[in-house]
Ligand binder design. Structure first.
Ligand code: FPP
Length: 245
């Protein structure tokens, strides 16, 4: 096991809000887009090492639905970065046995990027390693709204009654239907917000917030997050206290 992490009690699914690219760049006197570029480098390093920490699912908040409102130039840089990434990294991660997955309102994306995503999904679907899910043009509230509409349609058609609706059914109507819930949610850059990310799915996730900006989030920082997670007692709403005490 790399970097002093005990092999027990490891998170199966880690979700990350990769925040602070812009501030990292500004602090260094660079352009914000250089921060995004450096952020992609960290992302690439992490995808390679997280399976060594027992992680099977890695879910990354790469672009929120709200991010479309950023300056046009920054949005087009991020889209180009994504487009290039989807071309250049496919081969490398395919060789690493990675399965690529994308969640979000993907219809918002340029059709060329949608096609590249489909190609990435198709070419890696038979792999058996780490499942890397990119949340792109993602909004958790929209995801829940779309799930409600799909379920409501089934009720309207008489396929279901309102009483048939279960938590499991709601989970199965989300973009993440094929993923387990995250065990650990990491957010970089010192912000203490969830920012409309996986609101339903993180109900019992452990949160790890760090002041490091995303471009500073190296394997060593990831190992610290894991060590911190290993000290947590996950109770899922139960208690370990003896009722007689
Ligand atoms: C937050 O930093 C980061 C983003 C909005 C984009 C995150 C994306 C990447 C790290 C790479 C994207 C992945 C691919 C494959 C293209 P920020 O700009 O909000 O930073 P700030 O809060 O300091 O302004």
């Amino acid at each position: 096991m790399p970097l002093k992490v005990e092999p027990q009690n490891l998170p199966h699914h880690v979700a990350i809000i990769m925040d602070g690219n812009g501030r990292w760049a500004q602090k260094k006197g660079l352009l914000r887009i250089q921060g995004h570029q450096e952020g992609v480098n960290r992302l690439e390093e992490l995808i390679e090492v997280v399976p060594d920490y027992g992680v099977k699912y890695l879910t990354l908040y790469a672009f929120s639905k709200e991010n479309w409102n950023r300056p046009k130039l920054e949005v087009s840089f991020l889209m180009n970065l994504l487009s290039t990434y989807l071309d250049l990294k496919l081969k490398k991660f395919h060789e690493h046995n990675v399965i690529f997955n994308f969640i979000g309102n993907l219809n918002d994306l340029p059709s060329l990027i949608q096609e590249k995503m489909k190609r990435n999904i198709e070419e890696t679907k038979k792999n058996t390693g780490l499942v890397v899910t990119f949340a792109i043009s993602y909004s958790s509230r929209l995801e829940l709204l779309q799930a409600c509409r799909k379920i409501a349609e089934k009720v309207a058609q008489g396929v279901l009654t309102p009483g048939d609706i279960t938590e499991e059914m709601i989970s199965q109507h989300l973009y993440t239907a094929n993923l387990p819930d995250p065990d650990l949610l990491i957010r970089t850059s010192g912000e203490m917000r969830i920012s409309n990310f996986l609101l339903w799915q993180i109900s019992y996730a452990e949160l790890y917030l760090t002041d490091k900006f995303w471009p500073e989030f190296t394997e060593e920082e990831f190992a610290k997050a894991i060590q911190n997670y290993q000290k947590r007692e996950r109770r899922f709403g139960l208690t370990t206290v003896n009722p007689a005490s």
